[in-house]
Design a protein around this ligand. Structure first.
Ligand code: ADP
Length: 400
């Protein structure tokens, strides 16, 4: 069996999965966290074997990799004997130079580090993980799969910010968009579900996880998306504000004495559902709504309003609409958010069936009525499997 190790690195952690890209079988998954701080931790799961969860000294990502190898050994299946054919690395920011999954050599690794100027929270940790993984697995292919790549088909009208273009060019300021791996795979799974070629469909995909973004997809190509230069723009998220008037920052700097670092922390970590209601998780917000908590009710209302705003905007951008698909943690599970976001859009041809919407499920399913002109679907995303598939495609093609 050909297996791909998928690495999804953060600044002080990385998640990993060992996947068969052909049938999606998961051979192992785990999380190495608190890298570089006092006591690190690893949790490791393999079907049929006792899970491992233990503290360890993990000075950096390279040490984290060795810890992961040790966990495989302790589970009775040394990773190097499992037939790993390639490593797929999720990379958040690929700038405007990476359009597709890319085989990593020294130059590509360096460019990923250089792009940290646009993604200081993400690319440095991802680069460290790439360096560590290439040391541990020097003789197999490493492939970078970029969150931004799918959105490189956006036209200039969608990705250009209306500021002095000299300043924009100098600092690479434009909309890049993120969650591209998920938007791409979910739009294809939605087309499969409907039995229609993706090339024929005008779609909106709503990826609603801890981070959330909307994407307008015409014929399988991204034509607009709600995240921007960074993953802070667009929809209301767990702790991120999404869209705000840029002058709010200037106002808080001049009138409130906030520093850039404080604003960064405010908008990324203390805003969104958390800032509005005190709850970061939509399940707690929903409980608050049911208990009559006005702050939770406002958090749900603002989130749903923002989603409706983007659905309307993207129907206009696409010049028509065949399907809306909800995906990721909230998209797949929060019936109340789906209901509120699409309420009142019947005149757009969007009719959600309440029974179908509230029926729990874990498979791809339709939640629109039979007479809804626009199909509304819930489709589970699987970014790791898609990264594994793209990794195999790139590494396999190069072996020919
Ligand atoms: P990530 O962006 O970290 O991959 P996920 O896609 O796993 O996030 O989404 C996690 C979020 O999904 C949680 O923070 C929570 O708000 C939401 N969520 C998960 N399960 C449910 C549920 N049953 N009902 C409502 N919201 C849920």
């Amino acid at each position: 069996m050909s297996l791909v190790l998928v690495i999804n690195a953060g600044s002080s952690s990385f998640k990993y999965q060992l996947i068969s890209p052909i049938d999606g079988t998961r051979v192992a998954k785990g999380l190495v966290e608190r890298i570089g701080s006092g006591t690190g931790h690893i949790s490791h799961e393999m079907p049929g074997v006792a899970a491992i969860s233990r503290d360890a000294q993990i000075a950096d990502h390279a040490a984290g990799f060795l810890e992961m190898l040790r966990a495989f050994e302790d589970s009775g299946s040394p990773l190097l004997e499992l037939g790993v054919t390639a490593v797929g690395h999720r990379v958040v920011q690929g700038g405007d130079e990476f359009f597709a999954p890319t085989l990593i050599d020294d130059h590509v690794a360096q460019r990923i580090l250089d792009l940290a100027v646009l993604a200081p929270l993400h690319n440095p940790g991802e680069h460290q993980a790439i360096v560590a993984a290439r040391q541990v697995f020097p003789s197999i292919a490493h492939v970078a799969v970029f969150d931004t790549a799918f959105h490189q088909t956006m036209p200039p009208a969608a990705y250009t910010y209306a500021i002095d273009q000299e300043v924009a060019r100098k600092h690479h300021v434009r909309r890049y968009g993120f969650h591209g791996t998920s938007h791409r795979v979910v739009s294809r799974l939605a087309a499969d579900y409907l039995g229609r070629p993706v090339e024929e469909l005008k779609q909106i995909v709503l990826h609603l996880g801890n981070g959330a973004s909307a994407c307008a997809i015409d014929g399988g190509r991204s034509v607009d998306t709600s995240m921007g230069l960074t993953p802070l723009a667009g929809l209301v998220m767990g702790t991120r504000s999404g869209d705000i008037d840029p002058s709010v920052l200037l106002h808080l700097m001049t009138a409130g004495g906030y520093t850039a670092a404080e604003l960064d922390e405010l908008l990324n970590k203390r805003s969104g559902l958390l800032g509005l209601s005190g709850y970061q998780d939509m399940r707690e917000v929903r409980d608050g709504v049911e208990a009559g908590d006005p702050a939770a009710t406002l958090a749900l209302d603002v989130s749903a309003h923002r989603l409706k705003h983007y659905v309307g905007a993207y129907a206009a951008v696409l010049g028509g609409l065949d399907v809306i698909t909800f995906t990721a943690g909230l998209g797949e599970n929060s019936a109340i958010l789906r209901e509120r976001a699409l309420a009142g859009l019947e005149w757009f041809g969007i009719r959600v069936d309440p029974e179908r919407n509230w029926e729990p499920g874990s498979e791809a399913r339709r939640i629109s009525t039979d007479d809804s002109r626009v199909q509304v679907l819930v489709v589970p995303t699987d970014e790791e499997r898609e990264i594994a598939a793209q990794t195999l495609e790139v590494s396999g093609a190069l072996q020919l």
